[in-house]
Design a binder for this molecule. Structure first.
Ligand SMILES: Cc1ncc(COP(=O)(O)O)c(C=O)c1O
Length: 400
């Protein structure tokens, strides 16, 4: 009998981590490599946030915290939801966890019984299906189309719902496509959910602040207040405040669900890091102007990358509304051959060929459940992005 639990046999290793490791190995072997595979802002955590953490250490805020989080942070989260999303959550309806990932995981562990289904629009963040599988549920990927901006359509949602559906998992702006739903697009989806009272919505809003042009961010419970009693609105400081290493995520939802997650977390990690929680109070309540400044830089990079990729032979790259990813299609490159005689049959072959020929690391679409595409993270210096796009163009031109 195998010693390792069956639940883990269902899980795949993270493709993004695998690509990052391969790029690292090639670099160590002396190759000149550009990695566009990372999922974190290249900016540093703002100084006022760092100082709040130092002050917390000096005040002796170094002990266990309540499982659901320190009261000032839970208050700040409730105020953030009111201020930015027009959502009336009480502090008692909030939970703080060790990163957004932890919150999502615990929401699934706290609610999923064997056979329960979770609808996940594809392309999706690599971790979603595996989290559902570990919790004993069945991920139900629903393909979206590039022509529809990689957004779930109401008819497709209606068709995917069964009596076993527990959650619809939405992520806007999306990792990996950057797609973000407008108020009207979300309303079309929440209208479907109103007809299916057993389905809850888990909305991963972690890229909320990374939106471009005049796009307005919206979240399901704001668009359809009648869904508030079956919505978990998840967010975190990792991406908006460049705090990936601090490991703070949070959510708000019905008290019954928050209580279940409290019980689970109490037997698991307990409260999140006390110092990171105090830093997050400063993130949510301190000056917010740097977000707009960084957003502008990301937007310029998005425009550069989209324009340069659309000039590459065989690639089609929509301009997404948010996050720091683009998700070009390489469908026209399938069936072509590299100068070394290697045939490109899949997006994985495309990505491997690009890494080998030009030293540019990107992640294949098959990892995100929809291809042939690949994901580029543009959370990298503009000059490096320019260089990488020239190399991608050269690789595409070399295919015949
Ligand atoms: C869509 C999405 N949700 C959640 C997370 C996890 O965020 P955290 O670092 O707060 O765990 C990520 C990080 O890559 C993400 O891309």
């Amino acid at each position: 009998m195998p010693f390792i639990a069956d639940a883990l046999l269902r899980v795949k290793p993270s493709a993004t981590i695998a690509v990052t490791q391969k790029a690292r190995d090639l670099k160590n072997a002396g190759r000149d490599i550009i990695s566009l595979s990372v999922g974190e802002p290249d900016f540093d955590t703002p100084d006022n946030i760092k100082k709040a953490a130092i002050a917390a250490i000096e005040r002796g805020e170094t002990k266990y915290t309540p499982v659901l989080g320190i009261p000032p942070l839970r208050e700040a989260i409730a105020r953030k939801f009111k201020r930015e999303n027009n959502l009336d959550y009480k502090a008692s309806q909030t939970i703080v966890g060790t990163g957004g990932k932890h919150i999502l995981f615990n929401a699934f562990l706290a609610t999923i019984n064997p056979g329960d289904e979770v609808i996940i629009p594809a392309p999706y963040w690599v971790s979603y299906p595996d989290m559902v599988l570990i919790a004993g549920g069945s991920p139900v990927p629903v393909a979206t189309r590039i022509e529809q901006g990689f957004k779930l359509q109401p008819e497709a949602l209606e068709k995917a719902i069964t009596p076993k559906t527990k959650w619809l998992l939405l992520n806007s702006p999306s990792n990996p496509s950057g797609a973000a739903y407008t108020h009207a697009e979300l309303k079309a989806l929440t209208d479907v959910l109103l007809r299916h009272e057993h389905v809850w919505v888990l909305t991963d809003d972690i890229y909320e602040h990374l939106i471009y042009g005049d796009f307005k961010f919206a979240t399901p419970a704001e668009v359809e207040p009648r869904l508030i009693d079956r919505t978990l609105t998840m967010n975190g400081v990792s991406k908006s405040y460049a705090m990936t290493g601090w490991r703070i995520g949070y959510a708000a939802g019905p008290e019954q669900l928050i209580k279940a997650m409290d019980m689970l977390q109490g037997q698991q990690t307990s409260g999140a890091c006390s110092i990171a929680q105090w830093a997050s109070v400063e993130a949510l309540t301190g000056p917010q102007d740097f977000i707009a400044e960084r957003r502008k830089i990301f937007e310029e990079r998005r425009d550069l990358v989209v324009s340069m990729l659309n000039q590459a032979k065989f690639l089609q790259c929509p301009s997404p509304e948010g996050a720091f990813y683009v998700y070009p299609s390489c469908a026209e490159a399938i069936g072509k051959t590299t100068p070394e005689g290697k045939r490109i049959d899949t997006d994985e072959d495309f990505v491997a060929g690009l890494l080998e020929a030009e030293g540019v690391a990107v992640v294949q679409g098959s990892a995100f459940g929809l291809g042939p595409n690949f994901r580029i993270s543009y959370a990298t210096a503009t000059s490096v992005l320019e260089d990488a796009c020239v190399k991608i163009q050269r690789f595409c031109s070399s295919l015949a």
